[in-house]
Design a protein around this ligand. Structure first.
Ligand code: NAD
Length: 265
């Protein structure tokens, strides 16, 4: 595991107010981002939805400081509409938003079922995993009065992968959505970027039948090597994009994959 330094109050994200949407478990990329952001001085709020919300409330206590936990189903118009009020109970604005959310039915859409994937499930995957970036950005926009940074997580959608199937299509939609949100919110000083992570053993990833095929490819091809149990390098990149270090970067995708994407074989 990569070590991080605790610099609360004086860190890279000191004074920043950040919503991390999509934290279920300590293995969640969102959890690593929340932890890193707190270590770097940010005030953090986390969110999740449905039955997993109870787990989020429990694991929130393991973070360096227990953050407020908000209920947010990104497909629920009421949740999106009331988000600014829920945020206002804890912070007087937002500087950063992390979209760490995806869902595709593993029974019908993933693991080699591409040619049979039913539209209803594809539509759900695209709504939860891609359209939701726009929905979340629109919901948070009123709180981002001083501009800010929105960061999402993708799995490089520029090529087809084994097993990933319709989630790959949803990620391609997410990547395009991030560019359009970057276009439309740029004038307000809001940057929108994605981090393309290599395979990490999270709950979502373990639900993908054939995920081990991807892990094996990374083990042999990533020039820097790749630890699929360590979300800290990914969290650090998200943190850097949330910080003031990238003031002129938007619509970008930063790969945190051990260099895998740059290798032909
Ligand atoms: P995870 O299961 O820990 O997190 C996914 C989160 O999405 C969960 O908290 C889940 O409750 C939430 N979610 C699902 N539907 C939602 C909805 N309707 N409303 C609100 N939240 C909802 O898995 P993770 O791997 O940490 O995933 C986080 C992000 O990272 C996802 O976008 C994922 O595609 C991306 N990613 C993961 C990997 C990997 O290998 N794990 C690699 C690259 C990118």
């Amino acid at each position: 595991m990569t070590e991080t330094t605790s610099t609360t109050g004086t860190g890279l994200l000191a004074g920043k107010r950040i919503l991390v949407a999509g934290v279920t478990h300590p293995s969640s990329i969102g959890y690593a981002v929340a932890e890193f952001a707190q270590q770097q001085g940010a005030t953090v709020i986390i969110s999740n939805f449905g039955r997993a919300l109870r787990i989020t409330e429990r694991i929130a206590k393991r973070l360096p400081e227990t953050p407020p936990v908000i209920e947010l189903d990104v497909t629920d118009p009421d949740h999106l509409e009331t988000l600014p009020d829920k945020l206002a109970e804890h912070v007087d604005g937002l500087d950063g938003v992390v979209h760490s959310i995806a869902f595709g039915n593993p029974e019908t859409l993933l693991g080699g079922k591409f040619m049979d994937g039913p539209w209803e499930d594809v539509a759900q995957a695209v709504q939860v995993s891609a359209y939701s970036l726009k929905a979340l950005a629109a919901a948070c926009r009123p709180a981002m009065t001083d501009g800010g940074s929105i960061v999402g997580l993708t799995f490089d959608a520029s090529q087809a992968w084994p097993a990933y199937d319709w989630m790959g299509v949803a990620k391609a939609a997410l990547e395009s959505t991030s560019r359009y949100v970057a276009r439309d919110l740029g004038a307000e000083g809001i940057r929108v970027n994605l981090v393309a992570a290599g395979p990490l053993r999270t709950i979502a990833a373990k639900a993908i039948p054939g995920f081990t095929d991807l892990e094996e490819m990374w083990a042999t091809r990533a020039p820097l090597g790749w630890d699929n149990d360590d979300a800290v390098p990914t969290a650090r990149a998200v943190g850097a994009l949330l910080s003031d270090l990238f003031p002129a970067t938007t619509g970008e995708i930063v790969h945190v994959d051990g260099g895998f994407h740059a290798m032909g074989a």
